[in-house]
Design a protein around this ligand. Structure first.
Ligand code: HPA
Length: 235
């Protein structure tokens, strides 16, 4: 059985995955009903419950980085019957029109990670994508919620404190919307296991302009927009 998740845990078909365990706890406590803590191995908290409109949903943390989400998403898909994983996180913007506080629905994740090396593609390069049905559903639901979202490609970096402070410009020139550190691993696992994945991001900082940081209240509101959208993905 699973090495990193409680063997008795039960998960809904759809799991929301923030990076931070305390964010998983916050979502369970503030948005779910009839919820239960189902796993806490290594402090990676996971909850299963229902949305306020009665749909089953789980929320479990991924930790930070491709290796961490690679482990947890693999076990959820492979050993707990999970069909859809929707990462919810923050990112840095690479484009002027993507403002701090905005929400991004991802279409694909480029990366400098080695995660796809496991497939020995003989120099070929995999293009890890979000599932189209999840992209469409999230986009349609964002309109119903009156949210103005960006839909497009992101970069999953293996490095937060990069030695080369200009490196991001290469991805910026290619039209990448922003940077985070997990989606590439999640999308590859979904492709490998024939499951579905998506990432919804709130922009927490920017490389593209000297926009001020959000106040605590603005930051909370933009995170709440992302949580509300993510919860509409329950089936
Ligand atoms: N870099 C990488 N990951 C991030 C960032 C960033 O600037 N902001 C939020 N997640």
């Amino acid at each position: 059985m699973s090495t990193h998740i409680d063997n008795n845990a039960k998960f809904a078909k759809t799991v929301l995955m923030p990076g931070d365990p305390l964010r998983a706890k916050y979502i369970a406590e503030n948005y779910l009903v009839d919820y239960k803590l189902v796993t806490s191995v290594r402090g990676i908290l996971g909850y299963t419950g229902k949305t306020k409109d009665g749909k089953e949903i789980s929320v479990m943390a991924s930790g930070m980085g491709v290796p961490s989400i690679g482990i947890y998403s693999y076990e959820l898909f492979n050993e707990y019957g999970v069909e859809n994983i929707i990462r919810i996180g923050t990112c840095g913007s690479y484009q002027k029109e993507v403002h701090v506080g905005d929400v991004i629905i991802t279409t694909s994740a480029s990366s400098n990670s080695n995660y796809a090396r496991q497939f020995d593609l003989k120099g070929g390069v995999l293009a890890p994508c979000s599932d189209f049905s999840l992209i469409l559903k999230a986009y349609e639901n964002s309109k119903k919620l009156g949210l103005n979202v960006h839909v497009g490609p992101i970069f999953s970096s293996d490095i937060f404190y990069d030695e080369d402070k200009e490196y991001y410009k290469k991805w910026q020139r290619l039209g990448i919307l922003g940077v985070e550190m997990e989606s590439y691993g999640l999308f590859i696992n979904a492709m490998k296991l024939h499951k579905k994945a998506l990432c919804i991001l709130t922009v927490s900082d920017t490389f593209a302009s000297d926009e001020r940081e959000l106040t605590q209240l603005e930051r909370q509101t933009s995170l709440e927009n992302m949580f509300k959208l993510a919860l509409t993905m329950a089936e």
